[in-house]
Design a protein around this ligand. Structure first.
Ligand SMILES: NC(=O)c1ccc[n+]([C@@H]2O[C@H](COP(=O)([O-])OP(=O)(O)OC[C@H]3O[C@@H](n4cnc5c(N)ncnc54)[C@H](OP(=O)(O)O)[C@@H]3O)[C@@H](O)[C@H]2O)c1
Length: 327
C-alpha cells in the first residue's frame, strides 16, 4: 500500500510502499478515503520517543482518518465490513498512522460510524481538531458573556473553537496574523485582532477591549513558558490560561490566572456527538485544502512554517466515498 512515512528520527516524510497491516484480535482494518493534517503529525516525527515506540521505523505519519471497514480481526466486533467510519489513531501501532491506504485500529479506540449525510472528507477533518476544540472549551469553563482569547484562531483547532464558543455566547477574541477579520467573523468571533505588527499589538488591543483582562485564554501557538506567560498576563486574576503546546511550565502561581496544560482525550462517544452536530448544521468543518496523499510532505513542511487556515485533508482515493456518503 502507499503511505507517507519517515524512516528515521528527524527524517523527511516520503511516499513509501509498505504491506497492508493485518488486523489483530479486536481490531478493524480501515481502507482510508481521506486523512487530515495536524501539526502533531510533524511534531510526532520530531519526537525522540517515536524511535522507541512499538511502531518503530518506518513510522507512518498521520492520526485522523475516514474510510470503510475492510477487514475485521478475531473476536466480536461492533463494526461490519463496509461500515463507513472515522477516527483517530491513538497509539503508534505497528500498522502505523493514517497517511496510508489502510490502517488497523482497535475497535475500542476513538472510532465512530460516519452518519448518513456526512461525507468521508468532512468526517476525516474532525477527530483531533474538533475534539480538541470541544475539550478546550470545557477546560476553560468559558460561559455566556465571558471573554475567551484564542491565540492562533485561524488554524484547525481555532476555527472549530471559535464556532463552538460563540455558539455558547462566549465573546471570542480571535488573535491571528494577517487580515482574517471577515473569515473569523463568519465563524463567530466578536473581534479579530491582527497580531502581525509585533508583540505589543495584542496587549495594546486588549487594554482597550478588556481592561480587567480576559476571562480565559486558549494559547494554541506559544512553544515556550516565557511566550505563554506573556499571553497569560492578559488574563484576569482567577481566570484560566490554557496552552495546547505544553508551554505551561512547572510553576504554580499564587496569583493571576490558573494555568492549564491541555491534553487531548479523544473518545468514540465525542466523535459521534461531533458528527451528529455537523450533520445538524451546528458548526461547519473548515476545510481549506484538499490534496492527493503524495503532496503530504510539502503540506507538512508548509504547516510547520505556519499559515494554516482551517483544515487540510489528503485524498487517498479520488472516488473514495462510501455508498450513500458523498465524497
Ligand atoms: N495538547 C494537545 O492535546 C493538542 C491537541 C490539538 C492540537 N494541539 C496543538 O495545538 C496547536 C494548534 O493546532 P492546530 O491544529 O490549530 O494548528 P494549525 O492548524 O497549524 O493552526 C495554527 C494557527 O496558528 C497561527 N499562528 C501561528 N503563530 C501565531 C501567532 N504568533 N499569533 C497568531 N496566530 C499564530 C497559524 O497561522 P499563521 O502562521 O498565519 O499565523 C495557524 O493559523 C498545534 O501545535 C497542535 O499540535 C495540541
Amino acid at each position: 500500500m502507499r503511505a507517507i512515512a519517515v524512516t528515521a528520527l528527524h527524517g523527511e516524510p516520503a511516499l513509501v510502499e509498505l504491506p497492508k497491516p493485518d488486523p489483530g484480535p479486536g481490531e478493524v482494518r480501515v481502507r482510508i478515503a481521506y486523512a487530515a493534517l495536524n501539526p502533531y503529525d510533524w511534531q510526532r516525527a520530531d519526537d525522540p520517543g517515536a524511535g522507541t515506540a512499538p511502531g518503530g521505523f518506518p513510522h507512518i505519519l498521520g492520526v485522523d482518518f475516514a474510510g470503510q471497514v475492510d477487514m475485521i480481526g478475531r473476536g466480536p466486533s461492533r463494526f461490519r465490513v463496509g461500515d463507513p467510519v472515522f477516527g483517530r489513531v491513538t497509539t503508534p501501532l505497528p500498522g502505523g498512522g493514517a497517511y496510508a491506504e489502510y490502517v488497523s485500529v482497535h475497535q475500542d479506540s476513538p472510532i465512530a460510524p460516519v452518519p448518513t449525510g456526512l461525507s468521508l472528507k468532512v468526517a476525516a477533518a474532525l477527530p483531533t481538531a474538533a475534539t480538541a476544540a470541544c475539550q478546550i472549551l470545557a477546560a476553560t469553563g468559558a460561559g455566556e458573556g465571558e471573554s475567551l482569547l484564542i491565540v492562533g484562531a485561524a488554524g484547525g483547532v481555532g476555527s472549530y473553537l471559535t464556532q463552538l464558543a460563540s455558539a455558547r455566547s462566549v465573546r471570542v477574541l480571535a488573535a491571528v496574523r494577517g487580515d482574517e477579520s471577515r473569515r473569523m467573523t463568519i465563524l463567530g468571533a466578536a473581534r479579530t485582532l491582527d497580531v502581525s505588527a509585533g508583540p505589543e499589538a495584542l496587549p495594546a488591543a486588549l487594554r482597550e477591549l478588556c481592561p480587567q483582562g480576559v476571562d480565559a485564554l486558549a494559547d494554541l501557538v506559544s512553544e515556550t513558558p516565557d511566550a505563554f506567560a506573556e499571553h497569560a498576563a492578559l488574563v484576569r486574576d482567577g481566570g484560566i490560561a490554557l496552552t495546547t503546546r505544553g508551554a505551561g511550565g512547572t510553576r504554580t502561581p499564587h496569583t493571576g490566572p490558573l494555568p492549564v496544560d491541555f491534553r487531548l482525550a479523544p473518545t468514540a462517544l465525542l466523535l459521534d456527538a461531533l458528527a451528529t452536530s455537523v450533520t445538524s448544521g451546528a458548526f461547519v468543518v473548515p476545510i481549506d485544502l484538499e490534496l492527493p496523499l503524495e503532496k503530504a510532505p510539502e503540506a507538512l513542511a508548509q504547516n510547520r512554517a505556519g499559515g494554516a487556515r482551517g483544515k487540510t485533508v489528503f485524498a487517498l482515493r479520488p472516488c473514495g466515498a462510501a455508498g450513500h456518503h458523498a465524497p
